[in-house]
Design a protein around this ligand. Structure first.
Ligand code: MEV
Length: 335
């Protein structure tokens, strides 16, 4: 039996634009998905999930479902989760040269599904890591990130960047621009997350931005502007380039506010995300923005004081608010 865990993430800057080759800076957070894998003596895959912000489910199937399980699953979010788990199984079988390997898989996660905190990437990364180790192969974090990206891209029908999976595999703050993925230094960032209890459909939201971008030059310009904003944000994060400069948190916060406005204009915010963003700003946060694909789910704010956390807890439409520590470890084996 092998157990691996991988962290979720928030985007400091750059979601959606990263799909078109612009840079993005996601940061891993201490909310993890834990996947337990035990090899079977047939080619079946049995998946049990307990707390993926759902009621929990158990599914068993033979062979591969090709990312779209035709087994009876209780809800669309479960179907989506099953797609990622199945794609992870395929990657692990391929990496270990064991096409007929079967597994009993248990998924436990404290990352709400489809809420912008990288739940699917964390489950995919931890799943591939645990399954390949169970088959006697250990992948490097980069190899793992690459396979997790391929799994995610297969489920999202080609519409995925490497950002979520790379961040979850290596941990910390990272910078992703096309195929160029690296970890970067970041100051201590006092993240506060607000969750509206909902979820967005990443595939649909990405397709919506793509359609806008193809229809209007100003939407394409908005995507390019997000890229410029990220490059400005990176200079503030860089401790050498930024030495002696002003209040870094205030500057980063201002850019987060700008980034949220640009995402809003691309149609990926929602009433509840906007009201949490405004509640955070009014409580004195340096800045706040939606994180991830949007449509519902989470916002992230920067505030070292307790004010934003308290304000979010009393904001109508905010189901849960919490402080998110940077996860310096990416995927790791759980002993
Ligand atoms: C989703 O967490 C982030 C998006 O940029 C999609 C992606 O990068 O694959 C919207």
């Amino acid at each position: 039996m092998t157990v691996s865990s991988a962290p979720g993430k928030v985007y400091l800057f750059g979601e959606h634009a990263v799909v078109y080759g612009e840079p993005a800076v996601p940061c891993a957070i201490e909310r993890r998905a834990t996947v337990t894998v035990e090899i079977r003596d047939d080619d079946h895959v049995r998946v049990e999930a307990s707390d993926l912000s759902l009621d929990g489910f158990t599914v068993e199937y033979a062979g591969s479902t090709g990312g779209r399980p035709d087994v009876d699953v209780p809800a669309p979010l479960v179907e989506a989760a099953m797609g990622y788990i199945d794609a992870a199984v395929e990657q692990a079988r391929d990496a270990a040269g064991a096409p007929d390997a079967g597994f009993d898989i248990t998924v436990e996660s404290s990352i709400p599904l489809g809420a912008g905190l990288g739940s699917s990437a964390a489950v995919t990364v931890a799943g591939i890591d645990a399954a390949t180790r169970e088959l006697g192969r250990k992948l490097s974090p980069r190899e793992l990130a690459d396979r997790a990206y391929r799994a995610e891209a297969a489920v999202q029908e080609g519409q995925a960047s490497r950002a979520d999976t790379f961040c979850s595999a290596v941990g910390g703050a990272v910078r992703v621009e096309g195929d160029d993925c690296r970890d970067i230094e970041a100051p201590n960032l006092p993240f506060v997350v607000g969750f509206d209890g909902g979820a967005g459909d990443t595939g649909e939201l990405v397709a919506g931005v793509r359609a806008l971008k193809e229809e209007y030059d100003f939407a394409a310009d908005t995507v390019a502007t997000i890229g410029d904003l990220v490059r400005t944000g990176e200079r503030i994060l860089d401790p050498v380039a930024d030495a002696g400069a002003g209040d870094r948190l205030a500057e980063l916060g201002r850019l987060m506010n700008f980034n949220h406005g640009l995402l809003e204009s691309l149609g990926v915010s929602s009433r509840s995300l906007d009201s949490m963003v405004w509640a955070a700003r009014e409580a004195g946060a340096h800045g706040a923005k939606l994180t991830g694909a949007g449509g519902g789910g989470c916002i992230v704010a920067l505030d070292p004081t307790p004010e934003t956390l308290t304000a979010l807890q009393f904001t109508p439409g905010c189901e849960e608010a919490f402080r998110a520590e940077l996860a310096t470890d990416g995927v790791r084996r759980v002993e």
